[in-house]
Design a protein around this ligand. Structure first.
Ligand code: NAP
Length: 288
């Protein structure tokens, strides 16, 4: 299929590579052009602008935040009036997803398709996609979503619902990391190695992927280079807060994890992985 891909960061570059490997005809665009070089060498076409990338059946975007998505959709040479169905993978606000759905209506169409999985999962084509939009739109982009993921969850016709699921899931990941960090700090200060605690936890009641993936990162202090940067994680917790405020849902745990993310960024800098909250937790216990 003829497809455009916009946003070649840690996640987007890996996803676009898998589209090429699956035999699709891919045009790529990134704000910093050098990030397209490897994909162009691998056979992608270098698009001159977002609008040029969207001269296709489908255009997929994987961008940092609301401002980035707004820039490529509504900005100069944006994709709003392009012929391509827009499939948006970025983790963005509910409000922007609703606006994108409205703005694309009567045009080529819009699907929200945020993903679960870190860059290693994106490279392996093992992401989980949560997709929502009109059925014919979901059918059209299905082969592309299959090429970047191990499973696609179709959750209905309202695109922003997929973003709400993604934000709910990221709140749970951050809460799981916080719980792991507190438990590991308690164990370590009492003389039990983090690895020992993790082996028991994941071998008994906590064998879920989130504890395994983040447990290893915390046990081995693998916070740099960031797979998912703490500033993007903080962005997501702020988006969760906006959704909770709009729906009047108290989320006291959200305040705790968000403050630890702020502390981790303040203490460690913006290049730290969001799992770096563990460093703030350890410092609080006097062992960081
Ligand atoms: P990243 O490596 O920081 O890449 C961000 C991308 O957005 C880059 O292509 C960047 O372009 C582009 N961008 C930023 N501001 C822009 C603007 N104003 N105009 C145009 N382009 C702009 O981030 P990532 O880790 O790939 O994450 C991308 C999205 O996926 C985020 O919404 C994130 O929350 C979500 N996500 C990430 C993970 C993960 O583990 N990393 C997992 C699931 C979901 P430049 O290269 O020019 O800076």
């Amino acid at each position: 299929m003829k497809v455009g891909f916009i946003g070649l960061g840690r996640m987007g570059a890996a996803m676009a590579t898998n589209l090429l490997k699956a035999g699709h005809e891919v045009a790529v665009w990134n704000r910093s052009p050098d990030k397209a070089d490897a994909l162009v060498q691998a056979g992608a076409r270098r698009a001159a602008s977002p609008r040029d990338a969207a001269e296709a059946a489908v255009v997929m975007s994987m961008l940092a935040d609301d401002a980035a998505v707004e820039a490529v959709v509504h900005g100069a040479d944006g994709i709003l009036d392009a012929p391509a169905l827009h499939v948006s993978h970025s983790t963005i606000s509910i409000a922007l997803a609703e606006r994108l759905a409205a703005d694309h209506a009567g045009r080529a169409g819009y699907v929200s398709a945020p993903v679960f999985g870190r860059p290693a999962a994106a490279e392996a084509g093992k992401l989980f996609v949560v997709a929502a939009g009109a059925t014919d739109h979901l059918d059209r982009c299905a082969p592309l979503l299959d090429a970047v993921s191990q499973r696609v969850f179709r959750i209905g016709e309202t695109p922003s619902a997929a973003n709400l699921v993604k934000l709910s899931g990221n709140f749970m990941i951050m809460s799981a990391v916080e719980a792991l960090a507190e438990a590991m700090t308690l164990a370590e200060k009492g003389g039990v190695a983090r690895e020992t605690l993790l082996a028991v936890l994941t071998g008994t009641l906590f064998g879920a992927p989130v504890y395994q993936t983040y447990g290893e990162i915390l046990a081995q202090d693998r916070f740099r280079p960031a797979g998912f940067s703490a500033p993007l994680g903080l962005k997501d917790m702020n988006l969760v807060d906006a959704a909770a405020t709009a729906s009047q849902v108290p989320m006291p745990l959200l305040g705790v994890v968000r403050d630890h993310l702020r502390a981790a960024i303040a203490q460690e800098g913006e290049d730290i992985d969001w799992a770096g909250v563990a460093l703030a937790v350890r410092r609080g216990a006097g062992i960081g």
